[in-house]
Design a binder for this molecule. Structure first.
Ligand SMILES: *Cc1c(COP(=O)(O)O)cnc(C)c1O
Length: 397
């Protein structure tokens, strides 16, 4: 019999019933330390009292009205996001890929109203991930996500990251924009060099292109700054944000400069649910948390601590771990054993991790973790590593 739930996921056989800070509790009562945070979503842990209060308070008042009317929560949150970022304007969505889609449409529309309707192509990078709609998989360019879903949406050209000369060569009279994740998440926590990213800014300026950052995973404090572009001393023209901004409630946003957004006039784009009052209430409370004076310094400090501890772990288990990479609390361990098996072994120990490309496991803990949780994670990572070392010993003898 075909499963009642479309079987597009290879799910781990565990179901959680409750969460508290960085911990999750399964049906059988077992406690897990959550270093996946629902794929970088639960930035403030589970059941954060401020987020719970914001959601429940809004839930008693009003859930949904539609974008046919003014939505005060959107007006207030957009003002705050404009104040704390490069952007002049915001479009709210329900997911990351919709924030990307808004960015793609905005870039094409910008060129169209600038007298360049022929410029519609977006340069993207190999190893990227931009979501799972038809445009999202075209932008990501990964064969495994595109297979069988052709024809591929036209207008997305994937090229290798890291080589500015190659990027300049790939720009054609039809290019509208360059799209990049400052740290590739799904691709395996690949931190793109600051000089490369700053070089993309220069290329965009020189060729009349828009620079689009996908900060869906890197944003909202994950790298130790509110957004990763702040580390670079440059800013994009358009930025897609989601994941952490709702702390677990589905919220996304496409941020842009007034210039980049100049074509997006009334009637050009829309969404039924995007920016709904529930999402806006939670996102406003999440922004309060991440903007509290001690929050980002904490992420930087605890991120450094975790990074150091992981380096120590690496030298203790050289047959299991190859490399530590990442920034802030967006860290990856490149493995010498299959990452899917390692994720399962860590879960057995009570630690949740997330796999990524390039045989990497991602450590994406809630940004509120403390040193005690880092030490707990280290003990569990070490036990998981030992289970592989024991295996290779028995194989060798
Ligand atoms: C998760 C992610 C997306 C897609 O977000 P959805 O909410 O799943 O649509 C896009 N880009 C990046 C960088 C992501 O990490």
């Amino acid at each position: 019999m075909f499963p009642s739930l479309l079987p597009t996921y290879n799910r781990a056989d565990v179901a959680f019933v409750r969460g508290e800070g960085p911990y999750l509790f399964a049906e059988d009562g077992k406690r897990y330390l959550d270093f996946g945070a629902g794929i970088a979503v639960n930035a403030f842990g589970h059941a954060h009292p401020k987020l719970v209060a914001a959601l429940t308070e809004q839930a008693t008042k009003l859930w949904h009205t539609s974008n046919l009317y003014r939505v005060p929560g959107q007006e207030a949150l957009s003002k705050r996001l404009v104040e704390v970022t490069f952007a002049d304007t915001a479009f709210f969505t329900n997911s990351g890929v919709e924030a990307c889609e808004c960015a793609f449409k905005m870039a094409r529309r910008y060129q169209y109203v600038s007298g360049h309707p022929e410029r519609f192509r977006i340069l993207c990078f190999e190893g990227a991930f931009h979501g799972r709609t038809l445009a999202g998989i075209a932008a990501g360019g990964q064969a495994k996500y595109l297979e069988g879903f052709g024809p591929k949406v036209d207008g997305f050209d994937s090229i290798p990251a890291g080589n500015l000369k190659g990027v300049e060569t790939a720009i054609t009279p039809e290019t509208a924009a360059i799209l990049v994740e400052p740290v590739q998440g799904e691709g395996g926590i690949r931190v793109l060099a600051p000089e490369f990213l700053r070089g993309l800014r220069k290329l965009c300026d020189r060729h009349g292109l828009l620079l689009i950052f996908d900060e869906i995973q890197t944003g909202v404090g994950r790298t130790g700054k509110l957004f990763a572009y702040e580390w670079l001393g440059i800013a994009p023209d358009i930025m897609a944000v989601a994941k952490g901004i709702g702390g677990g409630f589905p919220v996304g946003v496409c941020l842009a400069t007034a210039e980049a957004a100049k074509g997006m006039t009334a009637g050009t784009h829309g969404t039924t649910y995007g920016g709904n009052p529930l999402g806006m209430a939670v996102a406003a409370a999440a922004l309060d948390l991440v903007l509290a004076p001690d929050f980002l310094p904490h992420v930087q400090a605890i991120g450094n601590y975790l990074n150091q501890q992981l380096s120590g772990l690496l030298s203790e288990h050289p047959s299991v771990f190859e490399e530590v990479r990442g920034q802030g609390l967006m860290l990856g361990l490149k493995l010498k054993v299959p990452n899917t098996e390692f994720v399962a072994a860590a879960r057995k120990e009570g630690l949740l991790l997330v796999g990524a490309g390039d045989n990497v496991v991602r450590l994406l803990p809630p940004l509120i973790i403390e040193e005690t949780q880092v030490r707990e994670a280290m003990a569990m990572l070490s036990s998981a590593a030992k289970s592989f070392e024991a295996k290779s010993k028995t194989q060798n003898t």
